[in-house]
Write a new protein. Structure first.
Length: 240
């Protein structure tokens, strides 16, 4: 291994250690929502760096057949320019009683550096794609308020139980429990339709607790909520 290559490789490792490779591209949104009947949605890719090639594709959360296609799947984006990606829905059959989720991947591939012994990385971004059937009860906007919360003092220790009785995916962020002291419960959790999860707690000093959290809406914004509950009793969140 040449000394020049070793120094470059070491520098790259240090950069990755201190926060990861820098992405030149940014996307116009953090999620796409396909309402039933829509055949196409778009995402804008902005390139704030040098010339790159952008590769895009959709993945299934469950490994099922993909009802989506992207055009263009591979395209060159010049420096300081942008590219519109069209995500097309094929009309394949998906569950009609709940949302389905997929992932849109957008990967930037740098142009050749023109130097020997230079290591380059392809940086990938992923956003969620939701397919939303018509006629679902309630709304995605109100889904966080329909979650069922319960504080339990189980044999294995205190637990927070969260049930999602809605047909919508719900992404929770920054869950903080307030009791005798402030406790960060979780950074981020996504609940699938009908899912029940439990989160172990380090302590529960008293039976009355308040929890605050954020929920990501259709536009990528954060709505804030709070839950006041007593140990063992079900509770629901209120919008702040």
């Amino acid at each position: 291994m040449s000394r020049k290559f070793f120094i470059k490789a070491l520098s790259l490792a240090l950069i990755m250690f201190n926060g990861g490779a820098h992405a030149s591209i940014s996307l116009s949104g953090t999620r796409l929502v396909f309402d039933e009947g829509r055949k196409e949605e778009t995402v804008t890719v902005r390139n704030d760096g040098n010339d790159i090639v952008v590769q895009s594709w959709v993945e299934s959360e469950t490994g099922a057949d993909l009802p989506f296609a992207i055009t263009p799947p591979l395209v060159r984006v010049a420096a300081k320019q942008q590219q519109l990606l069209r995500v097309l829905f094929s009309g394949s059959s998906l569950p009609s009683d709940r949302e389905s989720i997929f992932w849109l991947n957008v990967q930037e591939i740098p142009q050749s550096a023109g130097e020997e012994n230079t290591l380059q990385l392809a940086v990938r971004q992923r956003i969620k794609v939701f397919y939303r059937p018509k006629g679902l009860p309630g709304t995605a906007f109100a889904a966080p308020e329909q979650l069922e919360w319960r504080l339990l003092n189980a044999s294995g220790g205190p637990q927070l139980e969260i049930k999602n009785p809605t047909p919508y995916y719900t992404t929770l962020v920054d869950l903080v429990l307030y009791g005798a002291k402030e406790t960060k419960v979780a950074e981020s959790r996504m609940l699938t339709p009908g899912e029940v999860i439990t989160i172990s707690l380090s302590n529960m000093a008293n039976s009355k607790q308040r929890l605050e959290f954020g929920s990501i809406n259709d536009y990528g914004g954060r709505d804030l909520f709070s839950v006041d509950f007593i140990e063992g009793l079900p509770a629901k969140a209120k919008r702040l």
